[in-house]
Design a protein around this ligand. Structure first.
Ligand SMILES: [Zn+2]
Length: 1016
């Protein structure tokens, strides 16, 4: 594309000397390099170049005293009689442990640190830090002395050995709300029998909450139970610790509190560095100079002023940008600005676009750039007088002077070959091999398209869509269709030479659906019959994409390919694949190769697609391994989406697929996009994560970008930031509208800067942080062993929290875990991330599922990663059928389930209805129209629509949730203790993972111990 006038070489694009050590990022590092913020090795904390965790610079001074308001205080419950109980001994299977790793592992080695004391601390205290509340609980896990066996050290997957006689602590509850400072609660019963006889916990009945009562930890039990050897036996297994779960920070509480505090309000974006409401909160945005958080969210709204501070705290500085985010109907859509033939006004030096951060001077004749400080002449046609405040008189008449987000009409300089673009085209490419015909999929697609093509996206106010459509079917060979309106019948043209793909017809391939409706519908009627008797089971794949790109090239337009594909492409052709799903690699250094796409043909295809503005959406219907890592590679670099319906059956998944297809076809989208993020002096964008393609270090290319796609951008310092001017950023996205107009969408955001780390921690956004960590870890795992990636995540968590403790918190007992208020639920998200199928590394998980999950997350925005990593668990048995509201979710733990209850769980990708064994028969009758749970078969249950209040209410909740999500979720109904309950339980993220991974409580203990280690 022509980048004239758009891409300039800014003064910042060069890597600065001295930055090397800390800009390593995750891109293809040398074999030994480590992923991690600032490129330091995982263990680097102990010997960082600049002395991480210098003695605290008394930054806690100047903080207001605490109006303590711990939400954990209300629920004091002393579980004195309960001990930590640990999972039963596990025979083996360390390899399945997420933390199963050699003795040297940083993750485990921390656990061996001699504790400062053996005394069991059982106090709980609350303290207030700088006006925000720390979290406070005490436990004695860190008091693990030498008894932690080090030789041979158990892997995390093995329950480590517990020190004899050492009972592991309870978490107490914080003192009552008004209490300030550190208050010791009465000791809790840690009365484990001393001596070598360690305690064996009784197995909980089916893993459900234990009855209170003393429990013993088993000989192999340990302080931090990492792994969970999968299998139903274990599922029934280890009882949870009998600690008061209410004493640890609760995500549902944090969400509820924010909703109560900021829900229903108007969020006005006129204040620099203002932290927006949580993504889960329902609020309205009024743009007054900064982009809506729907478009941009940051990991912190106060950047540290120096690189040293950034390095010290290790909190990633990042923005998650969703340039096409859907704007609710009650908010103003973006204004479109036309600066005429000269194009948008830009800074001469850094090429930033006119925005509220430009400072006018000299009576309005010149302006100083808010990004690079260059002073520019105001073009004559743009001149305007200034008022007595030095503001332009037309400030409020010009969106680009007063708003955070707006669009410019781009001139021909911004177009390929200086020619206005043609409207884009959508090409539907249907795999008509045996499986897809037999399953009824081909018929379903053809039927659906007949109505769907009337709903192609339109320009505002237009009658019809300018998008052209084309059709291809394929198995080992490709069939193109001429559907020109003048024809009485569609014509098929076959290309069997898939090695040299070409498009056999130009005229009549891409048509306007309105004009060619009759011929197209005729074709769609015929396709299922044409291939009804096929025996062909082999398919090609790369040539299909190639054909699509060639067609768009020939038509000189951008567009999107909708590929409906079912099997691994084994037919003789470029991009032919073979099964490389070797589960023996799981847990080894080579595990990463399972997720690395095969390069070669696919790499070239990606380049071709991006150059042409050809986005690839892939709908997969696999019955077995299809190598998603490879077939998903082109979609995941072209702004495309990937959908997967395993073992597709029309009756089972048909509706879900059709909903996804409709939404995908209809959604708002821009084509042939290139994005650039400019920043103020002192920092710059260094890394980008998303369904994007990077040809150089600064231009983010997207063949298309739709309302669901988010790009996560990491920033690094290259100089000191000024506290006075703050940190400003401008995201400029050049794209082609569906009508073929070239436009620039601009999002501006200004953050604060501070030399006080307490400001940074106060302004953190946990949901944005976890989005960054998820994407960066999922990229890092392509180059490093998963074990290393997991270790780095854990270490960085401990570092961030230790730094807070050291530099920002008031002095307090070492036994207290103190978390920044804005990050108090960060550990539960981090632990959940570590347990995701992609990162957990279990041979029981399908490689394709893991690769699929990896690619999905890569394109996600903050809202999607939030609910994915902390699903909503909604009790339905207690709901008020007369209210419209969705009942308040409870914490994602089996302890919150009740046998007499019914719960809905959703994470944006899956939805479950869980039926407790003892749920009331009248509720079952109302929902399923059967007299009792026993009358429901365990397989293939569905939720009928019945004419009663309960049924209506549940269906209304489900549909309201579905509307909030980017993909449609198939409702899976599970009965307590049925086999399928496993699928549900893996989403209870506060519990121990079914395939490995610690419970929230254990993870918090582990992190706490690491923090203490770091602080000593
Ligand atoms: Zn500038």
């Amino acid at each position: 594309m022509s980048q004239q006038g758009y891409v300039a070489a800014p003064p910042y694009s060069q890597a600065q000397a001295g930055m090397g050590g800390y800009s390593a990022g995750f891109g293809n590092p040398p074999p030994q390099s480590h992923y991690g913020a600032y490129g330091s090795p995982p263990q680097g904390y102990s010997a960082p170049p600049t002395g991480v965790l210098k003695p605290p610079a008394s930054s806690s001074s100047g903080m207001p005293p605490p109006p303590v308001s711990s939400q954990y205080g209300a629920n004091i419950q002393q579980n004195g009689a309960h001990h930590h109980s640990f999972p039963p001994p596990v025979a083996s299977a360390p390899s399945m442990s997420p933390y199963g790793q050699p003795p040297q592992s940083a993750f485990y080695s921390m656990a061996q640190a001699p504790p400062p004391t053996q005394q069991l601390t059982n106090q709980m205290s609350a303290m207030n830090i700088g006006g925000y509340v720390g979290v406070f609980y005490t436990h004695a896990l860190s008091a693990a002395p030498q008894q932690y066996h080090t030789s041979p050290p158990p892997a995390m997957g093995h329950p480590p050995l517990s020190p004899p006689g050492q009972q592991l602590s309870s978490f107490g509850s914080p003192p009552p709300m008004a209490t300030m400072g550190s208050v010791a609660a009465p000791p809790m019963g840690m009365s484990g029998p001393p001596g070598p006889g360690v305690h064996q916990p009784p197995l909980g009945p089916q893993g459900y909450p234990q009855q209170p009562g003393p429990q013993m930890a088993g000989p192999q039990s340990g302080a931090f139970q990492g792994g969970f050897p999968g299998g139903p036996a274990q599922m029934a297994g280890p009882p949870q610790k009998k600690l008061d779960p209410d004493s640890i920070p609760s995500t549902t509480q944090v969400i509820e509190d924010d909703q109560a505090k900021r829900g229903g309000q108007v969020y006005v974006t006129n204040i620099r560095g203002q932290v927006p409401p949580l993504v889960t909160t329902d609020f309205t945005v009024q743009d007054q100079g900064n982009a809506s958080p729907r478009f941009m969210r940051c990991t912190t709204y106060s950047f540290p002023s120096t690189a040293d501070l950034a390095k010290q705290c290790k909190v990633p500085l990042a923005a998650i940008i969703k340039p096409f985010a859907t704007v609710p109907k009650n908010e103003t859509p973006l204004y479109i600005v036309n600066h005429g033939e000269t194009g948008p006004i830009r800074c001469n030096r850094c090429k930033a676009y006119m925005c509220p951060y430009m400072q006018f001077m000299d009576g309005g004749r010149r302006y100083q750039c808010g990004f690079c400080s260059c002073v520019n002449e105001v073009p004559v046609q743009y001149f305007q007088h200034l008022d007595h405040m030095g503001r332009r008189m037309d400030l409020y008449e010009r969106p680009e002077l007063s708003l955070g987000s707006y669009e410019f009409i781009a001139t021909l300089d911004y177009c390929k070959n200086n020619k206005p673009p043609n409207p884009p085209a959508y090409i539907f490419m249907i795999d008509v091999s045996y499986n897809n015909i037999k399953s009824g999929l081909v018929k379903l697609i053809c039927e659906e398209l007949k109505t769907l093509l009337d709903r192609l996206p339109k320009e505002e106010g237009a009658e019809t869509s300018p998008i052209k459509v084309g059709f291809v079917t394929y198995n080992k060979i490709l069939h193109f269709y001429n559907v020109k309106s003048a024809l009485a019948q569609p014509q098929m043209m076959v290309v069997s030479d898939v090695a040299e793909m070409f498009v056999p017809l130009l005229d009549g391939f891409l048509v306007n659906f309105q004009e060619s409706r009759a011929v197209v519908n005729n074709l769609l009627d015929q396709i299922p019959d044409m291939f009804a008797d096929t025996n062909e089971s082999e398919t090609v794949f790369a040539p299909v994409i190639q054909a699509g790109v060639e067609a768009l090239k020939a038509a000189e337009c951008s567009g999107k390919l909708f590929i409906f594909h079912s099997s691994i492409p084994t037919a003789e052709a470029p991009g032919k694949l073979k099964n490389r799903d070797d589960r023996k690699l799981v847990g080894t250094e080579k595990e990463k190769t399972l997720f690395q796409p095969l390069r070669g043909v696919y790499e070239q295809l990606t380049k071709d697609c991006v150059a042409q503005g050809c986005c690839v959406d892939l709908f997969l219907f696999p019955n077995q391994y299809v190598d998603i890592a490879t077939v998903g590679d082109v979609p995941s670099h072209t702004g495309g989406s990937i959908y997967k319906y395993s073992n597709f059956q029309v009756e089972v998944n048909g509706q879900q697929f059709v909903s996804d297809l409709r939404r995908d076809v209809e959604k708002s989208i821009g084509f042939d996009a290139i994005m650039r993020v400019r920043t103020g002096t002192g920092f710059r964008a260094t890394d980008f994560f998303g369904a994007v393609y990077m040809n150089n270090t600064t231009d983010v290319e997207m063949a298309a970008v739709d309302c669901d796609k988010a790009v996560t951008v990491e920033f690094k310092h290259d100089d000191t930031l000024s506290e006075e001017s703050g940190a400003v950023m401008q995201c400029a996205l050049l794209y082609t509208t569906i009508g073929g107009q070239r436009r620039l969408r601009i999002h501006n955001l200004s953050l604060n800067c501070s030399s006080q780390l307490s400001e940074l921690y106060k302004s953190c956004e946990t949901d944005a942080l976890i989005n960054f960590f998820a994407k960066s870890a999922y990229r890092a795992m392509l180059n490093q062993p998963l074990k290393t990636v997991r270790e780095i995540l854990v270490n960085q968590t401990a570092h961030m929290l230790a730094c807070y403790r050291k530099h920002c918190a008031s002095p307090s007992a070492a036994s207290q875990l103190i978390l920044p208020d804005a990050m108090k639920v960060f550990p539960v998200y981090m632990n959940s991330l570590l347990k995701t199928p992609t990162l957990v590394g279990s041979t029981e998980l399908s490689t394709d599922d893991r690769a699929f999950h990896r690619l999905l997350v890569n394109a996600m925005g903050v809202e999607e990663t939030q609910v994915l990593l902390y699903p909503r668990l909604i009790p339905l048995h207690t709901m008020d059928v007369s209210s419209d509201a969705i009942p308040a979710p409870v914490r994602c733990s089996e302890e919150r389930l009740s046998e007499s209850g019914i719960f809905l769980l959703e994470n944006g990708l899956s939805m479950f209805l869980w039926l407790g064994q003892a749920c009331p028969p009248d509720l079952i009758q109302n929902l399923f129209n059967v007299p009792s749970l026993g009358h429901l078969s365990s397989e293939g249950m569905s939720l009928p629509v019945l004419d009663n209040a309960h049924s209506r209410k549940i269906h209304s909740i489900i549909s309201s949730i579905s509307q909030q999500r980017a993909t449609s979720m198939k409702l899976l109904i599970v009965k307590q203790k049925d086999r399928s309950e496993m699928l549900f339980r893996q989403h209870l993220v506060e519990d121990k993972g079914l395939h490995g991974g610690a419970s929230y409580m254990d993870f918090l203990c582990y992190v706490h111990r690491e923090i203490r280690q770091l602080l000593t």
